[in-house]
Design a protein around this ligand. Structure first.
Ligand code: NAI
Length: 480
């Protein structure tokens, strides 16, 4: 029986391995992690991450051919194929700080693999890594190998949180990069055989190592760039009276462009886009490609601009001050159908409003109070380290309360900001919300979920990103 071990039981390691176990009953899959809390949760009824469909897949295989364990060394030494899906945060100190990927966790995983291995292994990069990482990993493994043969493959993950199970069941493509040697090609075939249990052959792309590594960074950069492009348009729409939904619909109908990823919003978030673009920028700079680096940097700058613009709209509409005013925040996760808050635009928007001394009442259907308090007081990039290395639960931010109901959040508030596109925000009773708010009552829709006309009829002053402005906002500066 083939044995697979995955190091890192996070948003990628957990769901991908659960799906492999589900689709390949003949393969035994062990997911290991240094975080005891995470493994305990994977073995309980309350999984550590929220992902539609994940519970069923895990419950069907757990204890049969899917195991979660903290006994990292045992499972690594027994495995034929080892996936490494550990954190690859942005470096905060030293060479490349603020841009380069911190490969500390990757390197320690590679050294441990070399230490405990007694038989030949295929080591698969599942984490997103800088191009050429495989070379460094190869060197670590070879120099500590005691005669064991290691083949390194790059098999970046393209799942999107919120639709991870659907994406894993029917991926657009699976990408496998390997060495162009006979052993390298054999390793590619071995991994291909795993995916071939359910992925049609024409969707499995095999390339060299560097193309596979770079394709993942390129794919995320292209996706983020589409969001920044439509967000840049949203600012122009507000200035001209065009409606960004109409513009992106018309643009997206062009089959060369396509309709996806053209929704204007308060900005992109998630653990990957910013990190991977910063990483790409750093690699370009290291290769002397300043213009290319600056091109991609602009995608992040527009994203920051969009978040600032939103905060400024809120403050300037509300008589240029939100000091002491209650503002309801609906949605904190970086997108709907996930509880993940890593790099969520809500952090920057909330911090911007807190900087102007607002009192925030936050509601998100999937995010806990502890997580929100952590996020609002954590230093940039600290979130992307294993939980046990993160700062302990911080002293809570006093002007923030977290509630479990949108109506409670909005009660007596002066303004309401929608920061995640949860479906339930579309069907709230906005009349009831209006009746219980201070007047004038403002809605700032950062995700274009509300029916602007209806809300204006109720009496709200509404700002919706990229939509024709409410007369109230017309002569107010969008940026200070
Ligand atoms: P995560 O933070 O949820 O999970 C990583 C896990 O690795 C943590 O539980 C941590 O405790 C564990 N870990 C770290 N060092 C370890 C070690 N030496 N031994 C055992 N366990 C160790 O991260 P996530 O989101 O799963 O991402 C992992 C990688 O996948 C990153 O490189 C990310 O860029 C990439 N990725 C993430 C996607 C996402 O949607 N979250 C999508 C595609 C790729």
């Amino acid at each position: 029986m083939t044995k697979i071990c995955c190091i890192g039981a996070g948003y990628v390691g957990g769901p991908t391995m659960a799906v492999i176990a589900h689709k390949c009953p003949s393969i035994e899959v062990a997911v290991v992690d240094i975080s005891v809390a995470r493994i305990t949760a994977w073995n309980s009824d309350q999984l550590p991450i929220y992902e539609p469909g994940l519970d069923e897949v895990v419950k069907q295989c757990r204890g049969k051919n899917l195991f979660f364990s903290t006994d990292v060394e045992k499972h690594v030494s027994e495995a034929d194929i080892i996936f490494v899906s550990v954190n690859t945060p942005t470096k905060t100190r030293g060479l490349g700080a603020g841009k380069a990927a911190d490969l500390t966790y990757w390197e320690s995983a590679a050294r441990m693999i070399a230490d405990v291995s007694k038989s030949d292994k295929i080591v698969v990069e599942k984490s997103t890594v800088p191009v050429k990482t495989a070379e460094a990993i190869e060197r670590i493994l070879m120099h500590n190998s005691k005669g064991i043969n290691f083949q390194i493959l790059s098999n970046p993950e393209f799942l999107a949180e919120g639709t991870a199970i659907q994406d894993l069941f029917g991926p657009d493509r699976v990408l496998i990069g390997g060495r162009e040697t006979t052993e390298g090609q054999k390793a590619i075939q071995a991994l291909k055989a795993v995916y071939a249990h359910w992925v049609p052959e024409e969707r499995i792309i095999c390339t060299n190592l560097w193309s596979a590594e770079l394709s993942k960074l390129a794919a995320n950069a292209f996706l983020a760039q589409r969001i920044s492009s439509v967000n840049a348009m949203s600012a122009l729409c507000e200035a001209t009276g065009a409606d960004v939904s109409q513009v992106s619909h018309a643009v997206g109908k062009d089959t060369r462009i396509g309709p996806k990823f053209l929704n204007a919003s308060v900005g992109f978030g998630g653990s990957c886009f910013q990190k991977d673009i910063l990483n790409l920028v750093y690699i370009c700079e290291c290769n002397g490609l300043t213009e290319v680096a600056n091109y991609w940097k602009q995608v992040i700058k527009v994203n920051d601009y969009q978040k600032n613009r939103f905060v400024n709209r809120v403050v300037s509409s509300m008589f240029n001050t939100v000091s002491g005013k209650k503002i309801a925040i609906l949605g904190f996760a970086f997108k709907k159908d996930t509880g993940d808050t890593r790099e969520t635009p809500a952090i920057d928007v909330c911090n911007g409003l807190l900087g102007d001394k607002a009192c925030l009442s936050i509601y998100d259907p999937q995010v806990t109070e502890d997580q929100i308090q952590r996020d609002l007081s954590m230093k940039k990039f600290d979130w992307d380290h294993p939980v046990h290395l993160q700062p302990m639960s911080p002293t809570s931010v006093k002007q923030v309360t977290v509630v479990w109901d949108a109506y409670e959040a909005a009660k007596d508030a002066h303004g309401l900001c929608i920061l995640t596109e949860w479906d339930e925000f579309k069907t709230l009773d906005y009349q009831r919300i209006f009746d219980n708010m201070q007047k004038p009552a403002f809605v700032f829709d950062g995700r274009n979920v509300v029916n602007v006309e209806k809300l204006r009829e109720i009496g709200f002053i509404v700002y919706s990103i990229g939509k024709p402005l409410d007369p109230w906002l017309k002569d107010m500066p969008a940026m200070a």
